[in-house]
Each structure stands twice: as C-alpha cells, then as structure tokens.
Design a protein around this ligand. Structure first.
Ligand SMILES: Cc1cc2nc3c(=O)[nH]c(=O)nc-3n(C[C@H](O)[C@H](O)[C@H](O)COP(=O)(O)OP(=O)(O)OC[C@H]3O[C@@H](n4cnc5c(N)ncnc54)[C@H](O)[C@@H]3O)c2cc1C
Length: 379
C-alpha cells in the first residue's frame, strides 16, 4: 500500500475538482457525440496534461505512480468517461514517446504543446488489415533526401478529428520483422494528410475517433521518434503507459460506481426493505468491491515494478485483463442493481457499460493479452 504525500494528495484533489466541473452535462454530450471543448480549455490551464513530463518543457515532472494516482482521481469524479479517455490518449500518444525517446530538438518543439494542450495528440497504429497483428501494417515511409514520405491509411485514431499532432507508425523495413517499424511525429497541416470524419461508435462517444489517410506526406527525418526501425520498442513503452494510465482512470470510475451502487442499494426499498438487505444484491456489491480492490492492486503493483525497472511483460498483460474486464463486469452489475432505472439513459449507468466494452479491445484485446500470458507460461 503506497502512502501518498501531502503534495500528491493536493494534486489529486485538484484533478477531482476539475473532473467534477468538466463532467457536467456529460449525458447531453454523450447523446450528441460531442467532445467537451470547454472542458479541454479548463484542463489546459490545470497542469494535468504535463504531469509526468519535464519541467523544462512546461510539465510538472511527476513520476509514474503520482500520475496514476492523480488520474485515478479524475476517473473517480469525471462522469464524462470519453473526455478522460481523450486526456489519457493525448498524454500517452505523443507526450510519452517524445519524453522517453524524442531528440532534444523534438522535445523542445513539441513537448510544450503536449503539456499545455495547445496541440491535441493522437497515435495511428491500427490499419484495415493490421489490428491485433500490427506487424502486418502496410503504411510505408520511404526516405527521400532529408525527409520520409509516408503513404497508407490508419483505421481507428482516437482524438483524430481534434488532433494537432500525430505519432504515426509506418514501415521502413521488411514486412514481419520487429525492426521494420518506425514512429514519426506528424503535424496535422502536413500536405497529403487527411483526417476522416468522426466515426459513430457504441461508447466513448465524447472522445472523437476517425481514420487517417497519408497520401505522400513528407515528414522531416528529424521527426523520427527514437531511431529508424525502433518503432516496435517505442510502441511497447507507450502501451505500458497507456495500460497503466487509461485503466487507472477506469479504476477511479469503478470506485465511484461501487459507492453509488451501495448508496442506491441502501435507499431503494422493495418488499418493505432496502434491496441491499437481499443477499443476492449484497453479494453482487461485495463482488464489485473485490473487483475494484483487485484492479487497484494490479495497477499499482505493476506501476511500482515498472518504476523499479523490473520485467513487467506478464504483469502488464494481466493488469490490462483484470482492470478492463472488471470495469465491464462492474458496469453491467450496476445496471442490474439499478434495475429498470439502470437501463434508462438519464441515470448514466448504461453509458458506463457502452464505454467499458471498449476496454477489452483497445491497447491489445483480451485474447491477445491472454496469449501473451500463455507464452510467458511456456505455452
Ligand atoms: C475505442 C477504441 C479506440 C481506439 N483507439 C485507437 C487509436 O487511438 N489508435 C490506434 O492505432 N488504434 C486504436 N484502436 C484500435 C484497436 O487498437 C484495435 O481495435 C485492436 O488492436 C484490435 O484490432 P482489430 O479491431 O483490427 O481487431 P482484430 O485484430 O481483427 O481482432 C478481431 C478479433 O479476433 C481476435 N484475434 C485476433 N488475433 C488473434 C489471435 N492471434 N489469437 C486470438 N484471438 C485473436 C481479437 O482478439 C478480436 O476478438 C481503438 C479501438 C477502440 C475500440
């Protein structure tokens, strides 16, 4: 159990307060599929976006665990799950790879925009024929003088419609080899780059997502993030952070959910007594509590191991499985606890189910994570 300092608690309290304000009108925005632009303006001024990045670039220089703790607070208070997802995507897609692998020049040019939120970040990996099998990606980057020329298309880019900078992963070597992929920092106004229209989706509707088309986009060789052929390594690092940061937000959401369900079960009466006094309902709440606490342990234990530079290959996969599946299971259980009211949009309980369905898909599906764990077990 980590004991948090006063400074860390203060940072988290600010994020909780911010989340409450930003999450207002979340039901209307979910129905309209609208990103909270006003909320983004507030977040930009809060320091939250630069939490784990260097102070020399406008960040707060916090460590991974502090960042997780603060984002958990955002998840707990912000009812707009899509907005919180966009915040994490912004930080993780561009800030994390730049911070770890970017040249001094790239960091100086782009990290202030990440920390201040002036240019929203996104990353483009998945393609129509390369989802789980990202090695099959077809987008190519060919060297031409001081530039690379990028050609191809990307299928699902979170923040795409609102992004100012993209980290695009493209092929610079032979298909199938881990050394074949390179990460590029690409600006939105680059000639030949076309952002598709927002794609309608089941949940996370307030986090816009689109396709990305690259039609001979010239990118300076200086915009390679890391080195040529090291894109897989960059992505592996990014995915570890994405799993810890995005899913710690889900942890906050689950904590809120279990408390809300307990309150409801204590006050909703049927057959002359509270529904929480029926064992089949209270068992559900106990199972939710256990899921949330298990998720918390996996997230922070894995975060601590990563900070200690221990091997987290299996831990990251298990963490992702435990938290994403707990989030979906508790969201469904909440609908059942609320009964018919849970099914109605105005309670905001059904929206959480739609949002949670995405968790076992993005950042590596549950099937792929189980396959990774199996491989580590020697299977
Ligand atoms: C809300 C959301 C946001 C996203 N944001 C982004 C983003 O910002 N950038 C980005 O690049 N991508 C993003 N994605 C895409 C996401 O990473 C992919 O959807 C995911 O990697 C799966 O790829 P796919 O959809 O092509 O499914 P497929 O790979 O076609 O998989 C279909 C099914 O087959 C299973 N399967 C595939 N291969 C195997 C195997 N070897 N063994 C067992 N089962 C297998 C999968 O688990 C799945 O159940 C996002 C997706 C969602 C839902």
């Amino acid at each position: 159990m980590i004991s948090w300092t006063e400074e860390q608690r203060t940072l988290r309290a600010a994020a909780v307060e911010l989340g409450e304000v930003v999450g207002k009108d979340h039901l209307e925005r979910d129905a309209a599929g609208e990103f909270a632009a006003d909320g983004w303006a507030l977040v930009r001024g809060s320091g939250l976006l630069g939490l784990p990045f260097g102070t020399e670039h406008g960040g707060l220089g916090a460590d991974l665990l502090t960042t997780m703790y603060v984002l958990e607070g955002l998840g707990e208070s912000c009812r707009d799950g899509g907005f919180a997802f966009s915040v994490c995507t912004h930080m993780v897609s561009t800030g994390v790879p730049l911070h770890r692998f970017g040249s001094a020049e790239l960091k100086a040019r782009y990290l202030p925009g990440v920390c201040g939120g002036g240019a929203i970040g996104a990353h483009a990996i998945s393609e129509p024929d390369a989802g789980s099998d990202m090695m099959a990606m077809r987008t190519t980057a060919e060297r031409d003088g001081d530039d690379y020329v990028l050609t191809g298309s990307k299928s699902f880019v979170s923040n795409g419609p609102i992004a100012g900078t993209f980290v695009v992963y493209a092929r610079t070597g032979k298909p199938g080899s881990p050394g074949a992929i390179t990460a590029f920092l690409v600006e939105r106004d680059s000639p030949g780059l076309h952002v598709g229209t927002p794609i309608a989706k089941m949940g996370l509707r307030t986090s816009p997502l689109s396709e990305l088309f690259l039609d001979g986009v010239r990118v300076p060789a200086a915009n390679v993030v890391g080195s040529v052929g090291a894109g897989f390594l960059v992505l592996d690092h990014v995915m570890r952070w994405e799993i810890l940061l995005s899913f710690v937000v889900n942890l906050g959401e689950m904590e809120h959910r279990v408390r809300r369900c307990v309150d409801y079960a204590r006050t909703r009466e049927q057959f002359g007594q509270s529904i929480g006094s029926f064992q089949s309902v209270s068992n559900k709440l106990v199972d939710m509590r256990i899921s949330v606490d298990t998720a918390r342990k996996w997230l922070y234990d894995t975060g601590e191991k990563l900070v200690a530079r221990k091997n987290v290959t299996t831990d990251i996969a298990i963490t992702k499985l435990v938290v994403s599946e707990a989030n979906l299971a508790t969201a469904l259980a909440a609908v059942q606890v609320f009964g018919g009211y849970g099914y109605m949009a105005e309670y905001g309980v059904e929206k959480d189910v739609r949002n949670a369905v995405a968790g076992p898909i993005y950042s590596g599906t549950s099937e792929i994570q189980r396959q990774r764990v199996a491989a580590m077990m020697g299977l």
